[in-house]
Ligand binder design. Structure first.
Ligand code: PBG
Length: 341
């Protein structure tokens, strides 16, 4: 067929390299393999317990034995790193969050058992007081309702040492207090844990996409006189981008090994910006609300779950994340085993 319009032919035809699956794979720029994913797990006490989380279809709070079983399943699918979050008995939650530094708390017991059962797994523990706080805040709350910075940092540094002693490979401060990375590095080194890495939640936004996570841990900030009902005095304003660079410079100077941006998909510009201003590995957290949105739409037949979840995760990798925390890690591992990327 000859052209029937009067315009000159295009000189460049990018479509040549999109003609077949084979050619598209040759020129594909981003390949997300399951070994770049981290599976977050919610741990509860007891034995043989699985409590499904309403707003996170397919995910559950699990006792340590079931968490270990899932860890093995995930490792077989290619995802071998885990972020552990304990759901603490409400009777143990206090404003001083002291349970956080109890070497026999649920999290430490989980880490010890998992390390024994799966020594090759990389265990990443969350450093923040919210699961232990009766106020649902990541830090200590003063009488006047201020989230205290330096007093909290002292607790976080102790928490990091307790986690390292239990066997955590990586500790991940997610609280956004100032100066916590440096304090944790000093405390870890002083206790001889020179090989424990710090993955800092560098640019963590005061996002509304954390809802399902807070349901899973029953850790939402409480509504009380004097106590702020949100985390806006420490987590970043979603409207800010340059501020992420300031956080990144501080974290790098304080000794962070990996930097995290959170949430993922709504913050691709931040991932890309940090990618350009540090040589450190970058992680991104595809958070609970992002996961829930795809699941909910797919359940109604409005979106194709596999296609949309894979696209979202690939987009986060394309933006510059080396590592992605996602609740879809095992699903992705299954899809990957079926047909690769
Ligand atoms: C706690 C913490 C949160 C998440 C990870 N660590 C919640 C929060 O900051 O309120 C959210 C993860 C998710 O939504 O998947 N410091």
């Amino acid at each position: 067929m000859t052209t029937s319009h009067p315009y000159s032919l295009p000189e460049r035809r990018p479509r040549r390299l999109r003609r077949s699956d084979t050619v598209r794979r040759l020129v594909r720029e981003t390949r997300l393999t399951p070994d770049r994913l981290v599976l977050p797990q919610f741990v509860i006490g007891g034995e043989d317990k699985v409590e499904p989380i309403d707003a996170m279809p397919g995910r559950a709070r699990m006792s340590i034995d079931r968490t270990i079983a899932e860890c093995k399943e995930s490792m077989a699918l290619g995802t071998r790193a885990f972020a552990l979050f304990p759901a603490i008995d409400p009777a143990l939650k206090t404003n001083d969050g002291l349970e956080a530094i109890n070497p026999d708390n649920l999290l430490c017991r989980a880490v010890r058992s998992m390390k024994e059962a799966c020594p090759e797994a990389c265990l990443i523990t969350d450093i923040a007081l919210d699961p232990y706080s009766n106020m649902g805040h990541d830090g200590l709350v003063s009488d006047r309702g201020v989230i205290l910075n330096d007093e909290t940092v002292d607790m976080l540094a102790k928490m990091a040492v307790v986690h390292a002693e239990a066997g955590a490979d990586v500790v991940a401060p997610s609280d956004m207090m100032d100066g916590r990375v440096g304090a944790m590095r000093e405390a870890l080194d002083a206790a001889g844990h020179i090989d424990t890495a710090i993955l800092s939640y560098t640019a963590k936004y005061a996002s509304s996409f954390y809802g399902p996570f807070r349901e899973a841990l029953d850790s939402a900030p409480v509504e009380a006189a004097n106590v702020p009902g949100d985390k806006k005095t420490y987590q970043m304003d979603p409207a800010n981008s340059r501020e992420a660079i300031i956080e990144a410079m501080l974290d790098e100077a304080e000794g962070a090994d990996i930097m995290m941006v959170k949430p993922g998909l709504p913050y691709l510009d931040i991932i890309s910006r940090l990618r350009d201003c540090t040589a450190l590995p970058i992680a991104a957290y595809h958070v609970s609300g992002e996961f829930a949105m795809v699941k909910a739409a797919a359940a109604r037949g409005w979106l194709d779950e596999r296609a949309c979840m894979s696209e979202a995760l690939t987009a986060i990798a394309r933006a510059g994340a080396d590592i992605i925390f996602t609740y879809a890690a095992m699903d992705y591992g299954r899809w990957y085993a079926e047909s690769g990327v």
